[in-house]
Design a protein around this ligand. Structure first.
Ligand code: NAD
Length: 239
């Protein structure tokens, strides 16, 4: 696969789970990848395994300073940033009458403010280059409600809306912005959930790699005329 030859991709939360699968797939398609995560050891191991064209860097998506440092590290290593995958996320849950504001604040800070800060950090470079692709990882919970998932659902609907305002604003600069909405994916985020609790027409929960092809498509020129859209990758869960 040579679709991303010469391109540079930064993946937030790239050390494990979906982000790891995205980093591996982008790298396999020819991109240089930056694995940006709180988990420095896991990110470092993955970068070492990928070898050439891979860099691990520390990132806390809730911090503007941390984003600036991660983008600086990317520019220092690879000279530009063509693709940003805003993947880092957390989940929490609880009935609304026992859902402390601290839980709400935490999930909004990582899942929504983290995306906003990531976009702000890369847009100057992408504008100067006259091109870029931003892929925001939302969820089926950004399309439908989910009991007890108040902050999570609000953050993922927020990511979907932010994607559209950015697509409209940044299209004239050659920057595309799209959202991806995975269903039930087997990662540490879902390890305590029962995958049979929700019917999935394709008959099984997703593995992280099942979502990666969509991210490579949105990162590459195969989707050159696709912006402001939402791609659901859920085995038919919400069909
Ligand atoms: P995960 O917990 O396995 O991985 C999340 C990664 O994000 C971890 O490496 C973690 O260290 C990193 N991270 C968390 N907070 C961070 C921060 N403040 N700064 C930088 N990195 C941070 O979870 P996952 O299932 O791989 O989820 C990845 C994304 O996919 C999330 O946005 C999640 O909401 C979304 N998603 C997951 C599913 C699913 O079923 N697993 C479904 C739909 C959407």
């Amino acid at each position: 696969d040579t679709r991303l030859d010469g391109r540079v991709a930064l993946v937030s939360g790239g050390a494990r789970g979906l982000g790891e699968a995205f980093a591996r797939a982008l790298h396999a398609a020819g991109a240089s990848v930056v694995i940006a995560d709180l988990l420095d050891d896991d990110a470092g191991r993955l970068a070492a395994e990928l070898g050439d064209r891979a860099l691990a860097t520390h990132l806390d998506v809730t911090s503007q300073e941390s984003w600036a440092a991660a983008v600086d590290a990317t520019l220092g290593a690879f000279g530009t940033v063509d693709v940003l995958v805003n993947n880092a996320g957390i989940a929490n849950a609880g009935p609304i009458d026992h859902y402390p504001v601290a839980k709400w604040d935490a999930v909004i800070a990582v899942n929504l403010t983290g995306v906003f800060l990531g976009v702000q950090a890369v847009v100057p470079t992408m504008k100067a280059a006259g091109r870029g692709s931003i892929v925001n990882i939302s969820s089926v919970e950004g399309m439908l409600g989910g009991s007890h998932l108040h902050g999570y659902v609000a953050s993922k609907f927020g990511v979907r809306g932010l994607t559209k305002s950015l697509a409209v604003e940044l299209g004239p600069d050659g920057i595309r912005v799209n959202s991806v909405h995975p269903g039930f994916v087997q990662t540490s985020m879902t390890s305590r959930l029962d995958p049979t609790a929700v019917p999935i027409p394709l008959g099984r929960p997703a593995l992280p790699a099942d979502v990666a092809g969509t991210v490579v498509f949105l990162a590459s020129d195969d989707s050159a005329y696709t912006t402001g859209t939402e791609l659901v990758v859920d085995g038919g869960m919400i069909a």
